[in-house]
Design a protein around this ligand. Structure first.
Ligand SMILES: [Fe+2]
Ligand SMILES: [Fe+2]
Length: 305
């Protein structure tokens, strides 16, 4: 909405005056109204005046504006956004993993494309639709990466991150397991538990991922930190560096919670998926290793979004 119109609306107290100003907006398909408090009568009046959506809190406003932007983009390009974005995301992961397997440089634009399409899809359709569709159509490592990025993005949006920070966490999530490209498939796709020797090899993937990305231009130190440390726990029991709480950044803490949750709810050919409720209970039982306040905040994402 133009700034001049916004301030006019704030000044006008009478409904008739507001109606006059709103005539200018008749050509718009989406009209977002902001009310001071989410009282029923205020919301009802906003809809009576022509609102297509009404919000009252800053977080809702940011989220709603992003939804409108993505919906407009989807209308212009005329595609079924969730399925196309899953296909694009999986293609970008395939491209990154095959580059890493073949010793080639990872193309950061693949990660950027996957991340921004996942953000668009979650803003438009919500996290639940993303999780259901990904689990329906994909298996293994790509499924895991698509789910972790979706969960991390949903988490960042829910706690009101700026769009830059949503993207930063999304990129860290997209790239977090890139080191698995160098882990033998017999270990990566083994149904059931890994033996200790296999587990030791698997545990190398954060360091491998960091090595693969450290010379790629455009990969920020925060993203490298996320890739290397997403298996660290606050009590020092994680790997590869056995970091403790003061050394673990907020981005890593959010990423670790998203990673564990996504791993728990994955659909696997050899075992039934764990429900989102049960997965959240497991996170709650990891007190001391995960930050309690963040796990509490994650409830909304795990059970509602
Ligand atoms: Fe990992
Ligand atoms: Fe992971």
């Amino acid at each position: 909405m133009p700034e001049a119109l916004k301030s006019k609306l704030i000044r006008f107290a009478k409904v008739e005056q507001i109606k006059l100003v709103l005539q200018d907006l008749n050509c718009l398909s989406e009209r977002l109204f902001v009310v001071e408090k989410h009282f029923h009568h205020m919301v009802a009046q906003a809809f009576a005046l022509g609102a297509t959506a009404v919000v009252s809190r800053p977080r809702e406003i940011i989220f709603k504006l992003a939804q409108i932007e993505v919906a407009e983009k989807a209308a212009l390009t005329d595609f079924a956004i969730t399925s196309r974005e899953i296909a694009d995301g999986a293609a970008a992961f395939a491209s990154m993993f095959s580059a890493a397997q073949g010793g080639k440089l990872i193309n950061l634009s693949d990660a950027e494309r996957a991340t921004s399409e996942i953000i668009d899809s979650i803003v438009l359709n919500g996290l639940g639709a993303w999780l259901d569709d990904v689990r329906r159509y994909h298996e293994g490592t790509y499924q895991h990466c698509l789910l972790v990025t979706g969960v991390a993005v949903g988490f960042a949006l829910d706690i009101g991150f700026s769009s830059l920070d949503v993207k930063q966490l999304g990129m860290a999530a997209t790239l977090h397991d890139i080191g698995k490209a160098r882990i033998p498939l017999s270990i990566l796709d083994k149904p059931g538990r890994l033996d200790p020797a296999e587990d030791e090899i698997m545990r190398r993937h954060p360091v491998i991922g960091c090595e693969l990305l450290k010379d790629t231009s455009g990969v920020s130190p925060e993203i490298l930190d996320g890739v290397r440390h997403h298996h660290e726990y606050l009590d020092g029991s994680g790997y590869p560096d056995a970091l403790t709480a003061p050394e673990i950044s907020d981005l890593v803490r959010l990423l670790t919670i998203s990673d564990i949750f996504a791993a728990l709810i994955e659909s696997r050919p050899y075992s039934p998926p764990i429900s989102r409720q049960d997965a959240y209970k497991i996170l709650c039982g990891m007190d001391g290793r995960l930050e309690r306040t963040l796990v509490k905040a994650f409830r909304n994402v795990a059970l509602v979004a």
